[in-house]
Design a protein around this ligand. Structure first.
Ligand SMILES: Cc1ncc(COP(=O)(O)O)c(C=O)c1O
Length: 463
């Protein structure tokens, strides 16, 4: 049966003002949220929703976590912002705690505000140290929206339309993502022997100037389709970088901390990057990202390519204190373990739903971070963008906030989620899928809704 949203006049009025005065991508309906607690969000009418995206994949302890709220209050009384030519105790402690969780010699952090900046710092480091030019990245990778980060991003859609000359000429999106569900070289794992990497190397040989400074990859490319690589892929990518004299950058903005069941997702694989970037989940929503490398690389890069790099707000006391507190809680409460145990329940539930509904072609992910690959039919595996958007809409009606970009729906709740909440969410999600498959909502044009509005010729992604 058709179900519709019931919003107050005030809510409708705020939506209209948002549309008139704020320039941004919005889903329909453009719900206005007013508060959040734990895994729940509340709109201005008091309607409650499960936040299955933890904000922008940032709030690993959920909304208004009491310890973080206290940290914000305490810090607001002490020091919020300072000159980035000086430091503060919280930043020092945050850097120490981060590097204490890392293997190898990853011991120095260049802080930034956004993940895009962190990745640009990584590129500066690699160019500064190697003196080379080419920046090679993974097809389906996303590294941010500032222009150099956008250049190495390749999730398709309209993101790069009209940017032509602003995309740095030395970028080469040359590494095939190991998306076995839609194998880029039409083979089957494991008999393929990860041939996608051999093809990638051939591409590198032909389309780079062979002065490769860096290979950039998300440990698990998320926005491009939650591409969980086969176990050999990352070690072989490391090997490829070494053979080419290039640095390996792993971008964990989407993955750290703890979401995949390890503090850092690359710990699932036998590999250590030269440079590691973080953002989103490490920020507690406060805007503090960073680039970690070895003291040797940091020193070689000093004074080159504008390094060390720091913008106006990089390493400010307020975000540093809050992000520090969040990481302390993540480690104290062993949320890695929690992501593994509860993630297994979420994964099993999603697979059970997928087994009943052919529109879900695949469920990919790790720990407490999953993505549904929405398809037209199981045999063709053709992406079904409109159905993904329809499911997102119906899920919102059921009180679930999801992100759908193209045919991908992601589910990444805060790591404080409980078993009972997972079960409740799975039940509501199934209702939303049933309603979508049955063709509801009728007579609704989704074409202006966020990712579908950005088609050129397929939807853009903006996360
Ligand atoms: C893997 C990855 N790296 C970097 C970024 C960019 O982060 P930010 O939006 O904070 O610049 C994103 C998200 O947009 C991301 O998903």
């Amino acid at each position: 049966m058709e179900k519709t949203f019931q919003f107050s006049n005030r809510h409708h009025e705020l939506m209209a003002r948002d549309e008139e005065y704020v320039y941004g991508w919005r889903y329909e309906p453009r719900v206005i949220f007013e508060s959040g607690r734990g895994i729940m969000l509340k709109d201005v009418d008091g309607n409650e929703y499960f936040d299955l995206t933890a904000g922008m994949m940032s709030m690993v302890l959920g909304h208004s976590h009491p310890e973080l709220t206290q940290a914000i209050r305490d810090q607001a009384d002490k020091l919020v912002h300072q000159s980035s030519w000086y430091s503060n105790p919280w930043l020092v402690e945050f850097a120490e705690l981060i590097v204490s969780t890392l293997p190898g010699d990853l011991k120095v952090v260049n802080f930034a505000v956004t993940g895009s900046e962190a990745n640009e710092i990584a590129m500066r480091m690699a160019l500064g140290v190697t003196g080379r030019y080419d920046i090679v990245s993974v097809i389906r990778g996303l590294h941010g929206g500032s222009l150099a980060a956008e250049a190495v991003t390749s999730v398709g859609g309209g993101r790069k339309a009209h940017l032509g000359p602003l995309m740095m000429p030395s970028h080469r999106n040359a590494i095939y993502a190991p998306l076995c569900y839609r194998c880029p070289v039409n083979l089957t794992y494991p008999s393929c022997n990860v041939a996608c990497l051999d093809h990638s190397e051939e591409l590198m040989e032909h389309i780079t100037s062979q002065n490769v400074a860096v290979i950039m990859a998300e440990t698990i490319p998320v926005a491009g389709g939650m591409v969980v690589p086969p176990e050999e892929w990352l070690p072989r990518l490391r090997d490829l970088a070494d053979r080419w004299g290039a640095m390996l950058v792993l971008d964990e903005a989407q993955l750290a901390p703890a979401k995949t069941g390890k503090m850092w997702a690359f710990e699932h694989y036998d590999v250590i990057p030269d440079i590691l970037t973080f953002g989103k989940g490490m920020t507690a929503g406060m805007g503090i990202a960073g680039t970690v490398t070895t003291p040797e690389i940091a020193e070689q890069a000093r004074g080159k390519a504008g390094l060390p790099w720091g913008g106006t707000y990089s390493g400010d006391p307020l975000p540093a204190a809050v992000a520090l507190k969040q990481l302390q809680v993540v480690l104290r409460d062993n949320l890695m373990e929690k992501a593994t145990v509860l993630g297994a329940r979420l994964h099993a539930g999603l697979q059970a739903i997928a087994a009943k509904h052919e529109v879900i072609g695949d469920v990919r992910g790790m720990g407490l971070y999953y993505m549904l690959d929405i398809v037209e039919a199981p045999d063709t595996r053709r992406p079904n963008h409109a159905m993904a958007e329809r499911i997102r809409y119906n899920a919102l009606l059921e009180g679930l906030v999801l992100i759908a970009v193209k045919n991908f729906i992601r589910i990444c709740p805060a790591l404080i989620i409980t078993e009972a909440e997972i079960d409740e969410i799975l039940g509501r999600l199934e209702v939303a899928i049933e309603r979508s498959v049955a063709g509801y909502p009728r007579n609704l044009d989704f074409s202006t809704s966020s990712s579908l509005a950005a088609r050129s010729p397929v939807a853009a992604g903006s996360d």
